[in-house]
Design a protein around this ligand. Structure first.
Ligand code: OOG
Ligand code: MG
Length: 273
């Protein structure tokens, strides 16, 4: 049993059954900072709820903000069947993105900063006007400034990338990096675009933007609704990642990953050797 697993009884608040959410936030945050996997919370705390998960996420993000990181938007997770099947969780979730997670298009990422990074083909929205609560498809389209091909690097802080929905929410939906390609016009129809992700020019994943909730705009609608539940909004300048259209690809040292989206263009990142 790992040290953290042995420590788990101490995360229960004195006298009660409720876990100490602040301590769990510190544990998951430190796992991210140190790139060291931890046992999934629900193994020892099966009574943890989805609300507890979001509460832990909020508290762990507060630690990042205290260190000087800045919120730059949100990501939706598990918005396609392929993604749900890959991790065995079938509930859409969301997490916060910070400036420290941004990587340069065509640049490098350091494998040492991650535990077991995976990369996903996504579409990013840039928000023009505030969007919050229950919104229509038209409201969502009207709030978008630009659309870009994008990839997300996810790195579950839990052992073997295994988690229940409560765990992954507590872990900021595995968020750890994002790379955005050139921003494009909102006039482009994104309902059914071919998305091909290669590693060193070999196809690793391919699919359609339609795999994202039937249409990627639905991720934005979901995002506006989900952030409202915790008193937040999507604000001008925010980036919203729509979620992987296919299963994620496990990154290996030295490879260059490129995503090509029909009509939207491409984005790439290399894993340092
Ligand atoms: C959860 C995050 C999923 C996506 O795009 O579906 C996600 C995970 O798979 O670790 O980011
Ligand atoms: Mg993702």
């Amino acid at each position: 049993m790992s040290l953290i697993a042995k420590m788990m009884p101490s995360v229960f608040a004195k006298g009660g059954r409720m876990p100490d959410l602040e301590k769990l936030a510190a544990i998951v945050d430190e796992a991210a900072v140190n790139a060291k996997a931890i046992p999934q919370f629900t193994n020892t705390m099966p009574e943890m709820t989805i609300e507890d998960g979001y509460d832990i996420q909020t508290r762990s993000l507060a630690r990042r903000y205290q260190r000087g990181e800045r919120r730059i938007g949100i990501k939706l997770g598990l918005t396609s069947r392929a993604k749900m099947l890959q991790v065995g969780v079938d509930e859409v979730c969301w997490g916060r993105l910070t400036d420290a997670m941004l990587l340069d298009d065509g640049g490098y990422l350091s494998m040492a900063k991650y535990i077991h990074p995976r990369i996903e083909p996504e579409i990013a929205f840039l928000i023009k006007t505030r969007l919050v609560g229950k919104v229509t498809e038209q409201d969502a389209f009207d709030a978008v400034e630009a659309i870009a091909p994008a990839m997300e690097i996810i790195d579950s802080r839990f052992d073997n990338f295994k988690f229940a929905v409560q765990d992954v929410i507590a872990d900021n939906a595995s968020s750890s990096g994002l790379v955005i390609g050139p921003w494009q016009s909102t006039k482009i129809d994104i309902s059914n675009l071919e998305m091909v992700m290669t590693a060193d020019d070999q196809i690793k994943q391919s699919g359609s933007s339609a795999a994202i909730l039937g249409h990627p705009i639905r991720s934005l609608i979901k995002g506006a609704e989900m952030v409202a539940r915790v008193g937040e909004a999507l604000n001008p300048g925010d980036i919203v990642m729509a979620g992987g259209a296919t299963a994620a690809h496990a990154m290996t040292r030295g490879e260059t990953i490129r995503l090509n989206i029909q009509k939207l263009g491409s984005v790439s990142i290399s894993a340092e050797g």
